[in-house]
Design a protein around this ligand. Structure first.
Ligand SMILES: Cc1cc2nc3c(=O)[nH]c(=O)nc-3n(C[C@H](O)[C@H](O)[C@H](O)COP(=O)(O)OP(=O)(O)OC[C@H]3O[C@@H](n4cnc5c(N)ncnc54)[C@H](O)[C@@H]3O)c2cc1C
Length: 534
């Protein structure tokens, strides 16, 4: 074991919360070590609905969260312009809905009070004819509709942009590095032991350790003998590799819950469930009846949904604060910063609960608590300081595309991930080839991701550059991508093949719950035709 490194603060967990805390503290001039056991954003953050929203439905029982969330969403969309895009929703009303058009519009009128905080447009009421004109896929039973606007975000890139900026400001950030225990001296937490990507054990010391492990918060707390209680709730999504509607659409499930069909920039998400979860957080499966539950609800307002081909599913566990005698849906999305000094674990601070849409303010409050502990006086600047690639206006995509000789769509995608740094990324590796026929990821971006963005596996490449997120679902691009990544990382031929097989298996496991009989037949046919040959 090497000699322990020393820092002001160690942050455990590289989801949006931990990455946000690491960035905030680094900007305040503290030395930070950020440790993530998987990849950046691979936990709950990456399995979210990809929305920076206020939470219309929390208005009923938790309006303060809606307000705070809208305010922080406004900050986030300002500092991360390249990563966000507007999502226009239609809230359809059917004849026997519990909420008639008047009730729905009243809720939207109240929500409108908060919309300006996040720079969103106010609602509009539509007749059934108007709604079906702009969204022909809606059911003919419609009696009316109301519009609403939220923001979509790429959570993987949002997390990584925070990590990137923390590193620019002096932090050390290690992915594939798991904290295995906390080091204590009497009643004080003074550091961590961790297993690195190469399997080697190391130690690091710090004056404060922050537990930002999302749903794993209780597990990390237990390492110091403290009890943090959550009410973890599982949520799943179905993913379609293209937009299947003009608008995003809300729907009601058979048990009266709100479901959403979200039209993101180049794909559609249908979700989500919300169920108490008692299983293994490192292995969360999607069940076929969860898929059916979602489709049943969406089908009621968008009857053609079952005709579209999903490519995968996602599953994540919300780190919700504990509350007894509440349905999952009614649980508050509030957050809590806990200083464990009174529990024999001085030096340990936990941030629990919350939402992606207010990760910045959660990070600010946690960083304030850390600074108070360290007697460090420096103001938070994350509400106004742009994330990397947002410092100025990007060049028009068409101009950059013709100058660099790549398709405009590839440049638009690149700019959505890297903002004004897109051209620098395109210069990497001296190639303008595309990796995939259906998803415009360039080899240059993949090489850049390995060299500068801590990509160590093909799964990391999926999160960093969207590898295999298009309609081919990895069938046409995995082998080529494995070659490019393997060449950069010095993989042998056998290792390159193993990594590609493991990646494809992971993709297949995510796809299996949405394969119907035709889907299974197509998989068999593709296998027989050698589509997956490496
Ligand atoms: C289905 C679903 C949809 C959602 N949709 C939205 C949405 O649209 N908008 C929104 O605002 N919120 C949404 N949420 C909530 C939001 O995703 C979460 O509140 C947020 O992402 C939690 O971030 P986190 O960083 O706290 O946790 P995580 O993202 O889970 O990060 C914690 C990290 O800690 C790491 N870790 C754990 N143990 C260790 C260890 N021992 N050593 C090192 N690392 C460790 C994990 O690997 C993980 O990456 C959704 C949640 C779900 C489940």
């Amino acid at each position: 074991m090497t000699a322990p490194s020393a820092h002001d603060v160690i942050v455990i967990g590289g989801g949006v919360t931990g990455a946000g805390v690491a960035r905030d503290l680094s900007l305040r001039g503290l030395s930070v070590l950020l440790l993530e056991k998987g990849d950046w954003g691979a936990g709950t953050s990456g399995s979210s609905s990809w929305m920076i929203h206020g939470g219309l439905r929390y208005l009923e029982f938790d309006w303060d969260t809606t307000r705070l969330s809208c305010i922080d969403a406004g900050n986030i969309v300002t500092i991360a312009r390249n990563l966000v895009s507007r999502i226009a929703f239609i809230v359809p009303v059917l004849p026997h809905d519990v909420n008639n058009i008047e009730r729905v519009e009243t809720a939207l009128e109240i929500y409108d009070r908060y919309q300006p905080f996040k720079h969103s447009h106010l609602h509009r009421r539509l007749t059934a004819e108007e709604a079906r004109q702009v969204e022909p896929g809606l059911t003919s039973e419609l009696v009316g509709a109301v519009t609403m606007e939220e923001w979509g975000v790429d959570p993987h890139r949002l997390v990584f942009a925070n990590v990137q900026d923390a590193v620019v400001h002096g932090a050390r950030a290690l992915n594939h590095t798991a904290v295995t225990s906390l080091i204590q001296d009497g009643g004080k937490v003074i550091g961590v032991r961790y297993r690195g990507a190469d399997g080697a054990m190391s130690e690091a010391r710090a004056r404060v350790v922050v537990n930002a492990a999302g749903p794993w918060v209780p597990e990390v707390g237990a390492m110091a003998g403290v009890h943090v209680e959550l009410r973890p709730a599982k949520g799943v999504h179905i993913v379609y590799p293209h937009r299947i509607s003009n608008f995003s659409i809300s729907a009601e499930s058979v048990d009266g819950r709100d479901l959403l069909m979200m039209a993101h920039a180049g794909f559609t998400l249908v979700g989500t469930t919300d169920d108490d979860f008692y299983g293994d957080l490192d292995s969360v499966d999607v069940l076929e009846d969860e898929v059916d539950y979602l489709l049943q609800g969406i089908e009621r307002v968008f009857p053609a949904i079952r005709q579209y081909r999903p490519v995968r599913t996602t599953a994540g566990v919300r780190p919700t604060l504990f509350k007894w005698r509440k349905y999952e849906d009614e649980l508050s999305r509030r957050h809590e910063v806990i200083d464990h000094s009174g529990e024999g674990a001085d030096g340990l601070i936990t941030i629990a609960g919350g939402k992606l849409s207010m990760y910045r303010v959660m990070a600010e409050e946690t960083s304030d608590a850390v600074c108070r502990k360290l007697g460090h006086q420096a103001a938070c600047t994350t509400a106004t300081q742009p994330l990397p690639g947002n410092e100025s206006e990007p060049e028009p995509a068409a101009a950059l595309a013709s100058r660099c000789g790549v398709p405009a769509l590839a440049v638009m995608r690149l700019q959505s991930r890297h903002g004004t740094d897109a051209e620098k990324v395109l210069d990497e590796g001296g190639t303008s080839r595309l990796v995939c026929r259906c998803e415009p990821v360039t080899e240059a971006e993949l090489i850049h991701a390995v060299r500068h963005e801590q990509v160590r596996t093909l799964g990391d490449a999926f999160r960093r550059v969207g590898l295999a997120s298009g309609p081919c679902a990895g069938a046409t691009c995995t082998a080529r991508a494995a070659e490019v990544v393997g060449r950069e990382l010095g993989w042998s031929v056998a290792r390159t093949r193993e990594e590609a097989v493991a990646f494809r298996r992971g993709l297949w496991l995510g796809r299996a719950p949405v394969l119907d009989s035709t889907g299974w037949a197509q998989e068999e046919l593709a296998l027989g035709a050698g589509a997956y040959r490496l």
